[in-house]
Design a protein around this ligand. Structure first.
Ligand code: NZQ
Ligand code: ZN
Length: 395
């Protein structure tokens, strides 16, 4: 059964070699005259990309201010710092140069500037909705979160360890510059975490009991197979441009909404479980997802059996077993074997964390509070289920 859906992806994507040279033109096209460049720790400085962007802006007559130091699992304090600077510099456009953490920070700053009298953290606590956002455009340097076309922003409040997301079409970037060459400096662990994240964005939409469209399924299955194929190639050959291009485009398609059209509701339990791991242990998002997914899948597959069977056969090419349960389990094992083949973890010890039972209870409690008590489209989960899944992964 196909469900009603909305599909809204207004971002202009400029894809390919050298496309960052168009940055000034694009900023002006979308009404920017002074931008705040937002960037991360050091990769954009070291690669020379930041300097190039500054030069292109200057040449194109676009003024700019800049703020660096955004960390993975980006912090609310950096958002506040960015808001102050943006106000002082009177910028009218945000230009993140980096990955999901940098883009999400820019989105938070953009929300805040549209409503300067309100605390932007309210949005992430879901106590109000945004009524506006400054425009932004992204220069992407890692294929992963999909923030360059998504409606989402995820920020960590370091005062209480809460990592929270806010989704709103208002923050969809006006443009995304995507040059696969810019991702060649990534360490393999980040490349693979990014691939795990984009595949998971598709899986979160795929494992649902709420009806599906075959055209959506077919695109989702192709995307998952493609990401795994090229993740393996990049594990051996990180400078392979074609492979970089495949995963970069896949990363945007995976989280723009395309692979969820008609499915009647997303699962996103693995994501919400992982966000608590990120908030408490500062793990890399995609690696955290890989570490929790197998435990989630084993916990829920009987309640969404037809989808796990389809996944096993069409995504992993598994030969069906004697029963649907057996086929589904073969698919879960094949997914975990893929993670191991590219150095991704499949449990907490491989992720490098060993939470105490008290910490597991705390993560489950926070997760439950963050999702309003229950969550899941493959199987509806409650706090006690979150505890069990964390415990299953804790070896
Ligand atoms: O800070 P620098 O020095 O730039 O290093 C970064 C960072 O350490 C490095 N990096 C990025 N591009 C590079 C590079 N290193 C070398 N060469 C390059 N070209 O990679 C590291 C990770 O960067 P980050 O931006 O954190 O990665 P990612 O894009 O995976 O973003 C993860 C964040 O996005 C959130 C995650 O929870 C996490 O906080 N998510 C955002 C979503 C969204 N907005 O739609 C959806 C996702 O589900 C996700 O939750
Ligand atoms: Zn994600």
């Amino acid at each position: 059964m196909s469900n009603n859906f909305k599909y809204y992806v207004p971002t202009e994507v400029i894809f390919g070699k050298g496309t960052e040279s168009q940055v000034a033109e694009l900023v002006k096209k979308y009404g920017g005259s002074k931008v705040l460049i937002v960037y991360g720790g050091q990769s954009a400085v070291k690669s020379g990309l930041l300097q190039k962007i500054e030069d292109y802006l200057t040449k194109g007559g676009v003024a700019f201010a800049k703020i660096g130091g955004v960390v993975p699992n980006p912090l609310l304090s950096k958002v506040y710092e960015g808001i102050e600077l943006a106000k002082k510099e009177q910028v009218d456009f945000l230009l993140p140069v980096g990955g999901g953490s940098v883009i999400d920070t820019a989105k938070a700053i953009a929300y805040a500037l549209a409503e300067p009298d309100k605390d932007v953290w309210d949005l992430y606590e879901h106590t109000r909705k945004a009524s506006g956002s400054l425009p932004l455009g992204a220069v992407l340097t890692i294929a992963a979160a999909g923030s360059e076309t998504s409606d989402s922003s995820v920020i960590t409040n370091e005062n209480n360890g809460e990592k929270r997301g806010y989704n709103d079409d208002l923050c969809r970037p006006k443009f995304a510059i995507m040059n696969p060459e810019l991702t060649m400096t990534l360490p393999d662990y980040q490349t693979q975490s990014g691939c795990a994240d984009m595949q998971m964005h598709t899986m979160e939409r795929y494992f649902t009991n709420q009806g599906n469209l075959e055209i959506t399924d077919s695109m989702a299955e192709a995307l998952m197979r493609t990401v795994m194929t090229y993740a393996k190639i990049l594990h051996e050959d990180p400078a392979n441009y074609e492979a970089r291009a495949e995963v970069m485009w896949a990363g945007s398609l995976a989280h723009s909404g395309l692979t969820g059209c008609g499915n009647g509701g997303n699962d996103f339990a693995s994501h919400r479980l992982e966000h608590e791991m990120g908030g408490m242990f500062n793990v890399t998002h995609g690696a955290g997802l890989a570490a929790i997914w197998g435990s989630w899948a084993r916990y829920v597959y009987r309640d969404c059996l037809h989808r796990f069977v389809k996944f096993a056969v069409t995504v992993h090419g598994v030969t069906p077993g004697a029963t649907d349960e057996e086929t589904a389990m073969k698919g879960i094992e094949a997914q975990e074997a893929f993670y191991r083949s590219v150095g991704m973890p499949t449990c907490f010890s491989e992720l490098g964390i060993s939470p105490s039972d008290a910490q597991i209870l705390e993560m489950a409690k926070r997760c439950s509070a963050a999702v309003g008590g229950s969550l899941g489209a493959a199987k509806v989960l409650y706090e006690k289920d979150f505890v069990e899944i964390y415990r299953m992964a804790n070896h």
